[in-house]
Design a protein around this ligand. Structure first.
Ligand code: ATP
Ligand code: MG
Length: 550
């Protein structure tokens, strides 16, 4: 359908008026009444569907809903390429439906006030879109069956409310990462169950991709441009997004990676179910955290450091004041007295001290945080000079938890001792314990495990030389965890608190058993687990009685 420009302008003018009226209607809070009039309904997949284990990859053929009844994930074996693939199945449009979609998309774009996207209630936005779409169809004199209308409405919903082609993927609980390496090349995902899978999503050209990156930036409340082409932000659903906007930064054009998070963080008991840690390891951390130890979680990229750090936060005493500092908000903590803060990138050129206008770095936030009298300080990831503030705080009695990218303790210490961090060995020694996360393979399956727990005894003057004690270690052959009854930190706690060895070990054993009982009784949830731990801080006997442990 070819539209005369004049007519189009006229129609737009008409609808701009119409739009005001519709928005006024919203203001009058007639939302409830309006909602019942839409015929487009979409169901976001909220529950976790259970998926089969792989017995024979070649026979796998499963389909599950993402945005019901319009978008589904279809995982099956691709005979030609000998690999498992992940296809997003969406409504198919015939040629005339495609044309109609294009016309209507352009019409809607002219019509809508972008700020409507900020209306929190999706249902309200759907009503707005559907009403306008129906009005446009009448105005343009299009003949569209109800069936076609709903299919078109799905794409309008996906591209206006959602994040275009990747919107269905964002609704898949099982997706960990979405990776786009440029246009004309398939998008890959990392699936919690079936790992790396190629998808059927390919961005036609760099322009399409760049506009998606712009949209992601807008949703994350950030800004990308040719002058500032790197995006590091957090999407409204909590996912973390890293993207490049221009071709000169990455050769294949704009790229992005989305790291998805579960809506609620995994609890320590949930991590036991994954066999990432043993109840004893968790009980050990619980006692250390109660006694204000300094903890670092290290490991490779995507090994589960942040998730583990978040799980540890459950063990912080309920009334404690927690300050967390991150580049991108990933942590989710239930404590009432939690003050989360996020660094902000600046704009323009860097000044003499290496900062941009308006920049608030981790270093600034951390310095500031110590004025807020925190009981516990959590830094999402240590990379630069903020480490100095953290370790200084730690050595002067502010317990701190953090993560760092390093495969082992020696590498971590070396990184802390050299540029740009430059810490002295004695400052590094204020760290009590290091947990090492790994992504291990068990047969075909990739799993996350806490490989070992290392207690720092001392850090020598010689670069990277550190003496450790290892109270817990995983045996990779059997995938079991082993412990030895010798913890230097427990000895320190006994001395500080005047506890006997028997007293501390009995507490350790009770907490291990409690965690085990929680696991057996399937107490996995965010709130439930926190309640039990908080309850234990207030009245341990009552909790132990409830779990039949005394
Ligand atoms: N114990 C676990 N078992 C299974 N999956 C996990 C586990 N921990 C984390 N994951 C998943 O692995 C992915 C990476 O987790 P996370 O962000 O915690 O890792 P990370 O080491 O902090 O990554 P990065 O190096 O990018 O900061 C996430 O999608 C998360 O859901
Ligand atoms: Mg992390």
């Amino acid at each position: 359908m070819i539209l005369n420009r004049k007519l189009f302008k006229l129609i737009n003018a008409y609808f701009r008026l119409g739009e005001v009226n519709i928005l006024q209607l919203f203001n009058k809070k007639k939302e409830e009444k309006l909602e019942t009039t839409t015929s487009f309904k979409i169901k976001k997949n909220e529950e976790v569907i259970s998926l089969p284990e792989i017995v024979d990859k070649r026979k796998l053929d499963i389909k599950y809903p993402l945005l019901e009844p319009y978008a589904y994930a279809h995982i099956s074996w691709d005979k030609e390429n000998n690999e498992l693939v992940y296809f997003v199945e969406e409504p198919k449009l015939d040629e005339s439906e495609k044309k109609n979609l294009e016309v209507l998309e352009n019409g809607i774009k002219e019509l809508i006030n972008i700020s409507f996207i900020n209306i929190k209630k999706i249902e309200t936005v759907i009503v707005y879109l559907e009403k306008n779409l129906r009005a446009l169809i009448v105005e343009f004199g299009l003949k569209i069956s109800e069936d076609s209308f709903l299919k078109i409405m799905y794409y309008i919903y996906r591209d206006f409310i959602g994040l275009n082609e990747i919107e269905p993927l964002l609704n898949d609980y099982y997706i960990e990462d979405i990776e786009c390496n440029g246009s004309k090349t398939p998008l890959y995902i990392v699936h919690r169950k079936y790992r790396n899978l190629r998808t059927n999503i390919v961005f036609e050209n760099n322009k399409v991709l760049a506009s998606l990156v712009e949209k992601m930036a807008q949703r994350a409340g950030k800004y990308v441009s040719y002058a500032s082409p790197l995006l590091d932000g957090r999407l409204p659903d909590g996912s973390r997004v890293n993207a490049t906007y221009t071709e000169d930064v990455t050769s294949r054009g704009p790229t992005f990676t989305v790291r998805k998070f579960t809506k609620e963080p995994w609890t320590p008991v949930k991590l036991m179910e994954f066999r990432t840690v043993s109840p004893e390891m968790l009980a050990y951390f619980w006692i250390l955290i109660e006694n204000e130890s300094n903890i670092m979680i290290i490991g490779g990229t995507g090994s589960g450091k942040t998730s583990f750090l978040n799980a540890l936060a459950f063990f912080i005493p309920p009334a404690a004041r927690i300050v967390s500092i991150e580049d991108t908000k990933e942590l989710n903590i239930l404590h009432e007295n939690w003050l989360p803060s996020v660094a902000r990138a600046g704009v323009g050129l860097t000044n003499l001290v290496g900062q941009k206008h308006g920049e608030v770095s981790l270093f600034d936030l951390l310095k500031e945080s110590f004025r807020q009298r925190p009981d516990y300080v959590i830094v999402g990831e240590i990379r630069g000079k903020e480490a100095f503030v953290l370790f200084q705080g730690a050595s002067s009695g502010h317990p701190s938890f953090s993560t760092m990218h390093a495969e082992d303790v020696e590498t971590m210490v070396r990184r802390l001792e050299t540029e740009p961090i430059n810490l002295s060995p004695s400052l590094i020694a204020s760290l009590d314990v290091v947990g090492i996360m790994i992504q291990a393979k068990i047969g075909d399956k990739s799993v996350r495990r806490l490989k070992e727990i290392d207690e720092i005894i001392n850090v020598e003057q010689q670069l990277g030389k550190v003496n450790i004690n290892v109270p817990f270690i995983r045996d990779p052959r059997t995938d079991k965890f082993y412990s030895k009854n010798d913890s230097k930190i427990f000895a320190k706690i006994m001395a500080e608190k005047g506890m006997t060895y028997e007293e501390l070990m009995s507490e350790f054993s009770l907490r291990s058993k409690l965690l085990m009982q929680m696991y057996k009784k399937k107490v996995f949830g965010f709130k439930e687990v926190q309640e039990v731990i908080n309850g234990y801080y207030k009245n341990p006997k009552e909790v132990l009685r409830k779990f039949n442990l005394i």
